[in-house]
Design a binder for this molecule. Structure first.
Ligand code: NAD
Ligand code: 6OD
Length: 495
């Protein structure tokens, strides 16, 4: 790894402010734990008001200076160079991401790192080709008027990130923010500071002006997260994380009436009709339940299966879960890594206990997993499947964010639509059926931001992405990101 961002002797993650790495003025640090070993492998500096003030001020100066002066062509060239440089340093990003998250190398190398680069490239391409609108307007004097729109950067954007796909979800916001001409202050999750820090080197290498991309480490309440979201110099806040945190951020954004884009939690359903291709439904549901150890906002935690195929589906999903190889990120053939932290391990295990108290039959799993050697203190749990829970149980209603799901039988289409919609959340759903009419009919009645038919997490970055109900505010992706990352001005010219 490169010692500019990770000082190998002391293993410290520094802030990246105004194009330079530096410690906290207070000297305060916090431990960073590798989830696969349960051991502290680094310390990150904890940002306070001083670091947040410095980062916001650097971002403002860049906006009013070198970055703001660039043409769209020059700016988007730089954004594309960021993508190219992430790809050039693919192995560094991969190593940083798998230590921080413990996720299998195969997953991070297929999803996290390539998407980290693609998020810059796609939004640069979008901005290069976007057009504005123009209207000819009749006026009483007959001379008329012309209206046309211009899109301007919103300003200094605070980017608050979670830990489950640290690089992917951070660049999903930094990519469009920079392509649109904004500057950013990123507050990575305290669990996963590595790749956001490393990205500072990339910015400097490709010549992004100082102050455009800033990183301040720390926690949320009473720390860098709260200081940043309540800072009056921030013009907009884009956040991915828990719904409860989203509520706190929305309140902070209310002061000064700053816009928010919120990508929040979910309690997503899969609906498997008896006419579905069961091989594909099983394969897709295995991924939607267990990928990234169930720590995917779009992941399935409720699986409704039409009664005639319920027993077969349950038996085959159990076989699949029991065949998963659990282990550390670089072990050969591993498909299930650890949970992110000891705290999250406790949370997931508390739901494993609760499921039994609520009357679940445990089809498989239900406990912690003790692995050997280096991973013996890692945060591993068994992939777990329940049946027999009611829709009103807490396990069927609350987001768990672990490698687990509850299976429930259903008898008809109307019933399953109502049950799938019977939730506070509205992020994603998957519907498995070979009946085309039914697929489209059901998809549009589900109260979600994203519905997959006979698939899951199949992404086209040009499409609208976000959640309905308590799963979010706004949509990002393709041109939809412009709604948040730019301010639209209409200019009216009287002829
Ligand atoms: P979290 O809400 O605990 O933390 C996210 C970030 O917010 C962290 O950086 C944290 O330090 C910061 N934060 C916490 N409190 C804050 C406050 N008061 N002010 C400012 N910042 C604050 O979420 P998490 O545990 O990191 O991530 C898991 C959650 O994220 C799950 O609920 C998951 O569904 C959700 N998620 C949603 C999406 C989506 O696209 N909808 C994607 C990924 C994860
Ligand atoms: O694919 C994406 O753009 C995206 N935001 C994925 C979110 C995954 C949640 O864990």
């Amino acid at each position: 790894m490169n010692e500019a961002w990770l000082m190998t002797e002391r293993q410290e993650f520094l802030h990246f402010i105004d194009g330079a790495y530096g410690p906290s003025a207070s000297g305060k640090t916090f431990p960073v734990v590798a989830p696969a070993t349960g051991e502290i492998y680094a310390a990150a500096h904890e940002g306070g008001e001083a670091e947040v003030n410095a980062a916001v001020s650097a971002a403002r100066s860049a906006l009013n200076g070198a970055w703001g002066a660039l043409s769209i062509a020059d700016r988007t060239d730089l954004v594309i160079s960021v993508a190219d440089e992430i790809n050039a340093r693919f192995d560094d990003f991969l190593e940083a991401e798998i230590i921080d998250t413990g996720k299998p190398k195969s997953l991070a190398s297929h999803i996290d790192i390539p998407r980290g680069a693609a998020n810059f490239k796609m939004f640069a391409d979008t901005i290069r080709t976007i057009s504005g609108e123009a209207f000819e307007t009749a006026t009483p004097d007959g001379a008329g008027a012309i209206n046309y729109s211009v899109r301007k950067p919103r300003g200094v954007i605070a980017v608050i990130c979670p830990w489950n796909f640290p690089l992917l979800l951070m660049t999903w916001k930094v990519g469009p923010a920079l392509a649109c001409g904004n500057t950013v202050v990123v507050k990575p999750s305290e669990e996963t500071p590595a790749t956001a820090t490393l990205l500072g080197e990339v910015m400097n290498k490709v010549g992004v002006p100082k102050g455009v991309y800033n990183v301040v480490h720390g926690y949320g309440p009473g720390s860098a997260g709260e200081f940043l979201t309540s800072h009056p110099g921030v013009d907009g806040i884009t956040f991915t994380g828990e719904t409860r945190t989203g509520e706190a951020i929305m309140k902070a954004a209310g002061t000064g009436v700053r816009p928010v884009s919120l990508e929040l939690g979910g309690k997503n359903s899969a609906i498997v009709f008896a006419d579905a291709n069961l091989d594909r439904a099983i394969e897709g549901t295995m991924r939607s339940v267990f990928a990234n150890c169930g720590q995917v906002c779009l992941g399935t935690e409720r699986v409704y299966v039409e009664r005639p195929v319920f027993d077969e589906f349950a038996a085959r999903l159990k076989t699949g879960a029991e065949a998963l190889k659990v282990g550390g990120p670089i072990e050969e053939g591993v498909s299930l890594g650890p949970l992110i932290s000891a705290e999250h391990l406790d949370k997931v295990l508390s739901y494993y206990e609760l499921a039994e108290q609520e009357g679940a039959q445990v089809l498989t799993g239900g406990g912690r997993l003790a692995l050997g050697c280096a991973t013996k203190n890692g945060f591993f749990v068994e992939p777990t499947i329940w049946t027999g829970l009611t829709d009103e149980s807490r396990v069927m209603r609350e987001e768990i964010f672990g490698p687990c799901c509850a299976l429930a039988p259903f008898d008809d289409e109307e019933e399953v639509i109502a049950r799938a919609n019977n939730t506070y959340y509205g992020l994603a759903a998957s519907v498995w059926t070979d009946n085309l009419s039914r697929a489209h009919r059901v998809a549009r009645r589900l109260e979600v931001g994203v519905c997959w038919l006979n698939s899951w997490f199949l992404r086209d970055l040009r499409t609208a992405f976000g959640g309905a109900k308590a799963s979010g505010v706004g949509r990002e992706g393709g041109v939809h990101s412009l709604e948040f990352y730019t301010e639209l001005e209409n200019i009216c010219v009287k002829l």
